[in-house]
Write a protein that binds this ligand. Structure first.
Ligand code: NCD
Ligand code: ZN
Length: 346
């Protein structure tokens, strides 16, 4: 097959940041995607509908005129989130979903939730009005190994939430483990998961082998090969419960190549090419459209996009740009290190 045509994709998890970074990174997403759920972890975070709407305006002003794109806004949950205000912001369509970050789990998550029980009344209200909950599913206890944080979160927190509130629409975001694939697969029908291109492309060796690789450092951290294989299986087998959320997370190269390098991989630019290659290698090109263009919309009860994109197979591997510039600072573009022959047609 030399060319495929699919419904235009959506990205159900992006970090656009703000100001100059926002302006620099946004075309990389809006070129290929029709809609995105936008993460609220700015500094300070987006805590209410009013802030979300202002941020949405800044995003809209940064979208290139030729691109047709809709940002879907989120609110950052804290132990002080007002359930009535949250619910009102959702019903007035100022925001689309709420994001749960366990305190300290990742970049800019200091104001996140320490004790899940404290936000159960908020989650109950969300469940009543049908507002989606997006979860960064990792515990942050010092004694838990960083590679086990997702599994422990599922056992200690997610299972509790799912049992208490089976009607709540939950996305366990950027899953990384076999345990997460199994829990979501077997879990209640309102529980789904998103998967990133980098967790499908790489295992944890890519952070360490041949020297430390700060540009492959993200959270949740990359895992063993058996986990990557489990992710490939559920992403490519056509299951409706799994879909793309790129977690494209730009940072300046100088902040990643640093004695305290920050977590996050900027993957928007070649995400579709990389995924198409992965699906072809898994002999599952027929399920690419479900994963990147259908399953997410259907979970969020949105129509699939009405336009299509073409992805063309070249005779030679495509050449990746290495970085984008923001002033004099570089943001490195994710390159999985294998040959990628597929290119989105403009
Ligand atoms: C994200 C970021 O940089 O904002 N980093 C990451 O490694 N994924 C935060 C997040 O989504 O966890
Ligand atoms: Zn993220």
């Amino acid at each position: 097959m030399k060319e495929i045509e699919i419904i235009k994709p959506d990205d159900w998890h992006v970090h656009f940041r703000d100001d100059d970074i926002l302006k620099a990174v946004i075309p990389e997403t809006t070129r290929h995607f029709a809609r995105s759920i936008v993460m609220p972890n700015l500094t300070p975070p987006i805590l209410n509908g009013k802030q979300a709407i202002k941020y949405k305006e800044r995003i809209k002003n940064a979208i290139p005129k030729a691109h047709n794109f809709e940002p879907l806004m989120t609110i950052y949950l804290t132990e002080n989130t007002d359930k009535f205000e949250l619910c009102k912001s959702y019903q007035e369509e100022l925001v689309f979903a709420a994001k749960l970050y366990p305190a300290g789990a990742t970049t800019n998550s200091d104001s996140g939730v320490k004790d899940i029980k404290k936000i159960m009344p908020v989650l109950e209200t969300m469940s009543e009005v049908g507002m989606p909950l997006l979860i960064h599913g990792e515990v942050t206890h010092k004694e838990v190994d960083i590679f086990d944080r997702e599994k422990v979160f599922i056992d200690q927190n997610l299972d509790f939430i799912c049992k208490e509130l089976p009607e709540l629409k939950i996305t366990l975001e950027h899953i990384t483990t076999k345990e997460a694939t199994e829990y979501v697969y077997e879990g209640n029908e309102n529980l789904v998961a998103s998967i990133t291109p980098h967790h499908l492309a790489l295992n944890r060796n890519s952070i360490f082998v041949g020297g430390i690789k700060p540009h492959n450092y993200c959270l949740p951290i990359l895992k063993r090969e058996k986990h990557r294989k489990a992710l490939i299986k559920v992403a490519t087998n056509g299951s409706k419960k799994f879909f793309l959320g790129t977690d494209t997370a730009p940072h300046f190269a100088s902040d990643k190549e640093n004695c305290c390098g920050c977590a996050g991989i900027f993957n928007a630019s070649y995400c579709i090419s990389i995924l198409t290659q992965i699906f072809e290698d898994a002999k599952s090109l027929k399920n690419l459209e479900s994963f990147i263009s259908i399953n997410g919309a259907s979970h969020y009860q949105l129509p699939s996009n009405s336009t299509k994109i073409k992805i063309i197979k070249k005779d030679y591997p495509i050449k990746f740009k290495k970085f984008i510039l923001v002033g004099s600072e570089k943001i490195m573009i994710f390159n999985p290190g294998f040959k990628t022959f597929w290119e989105v047609k403009n």
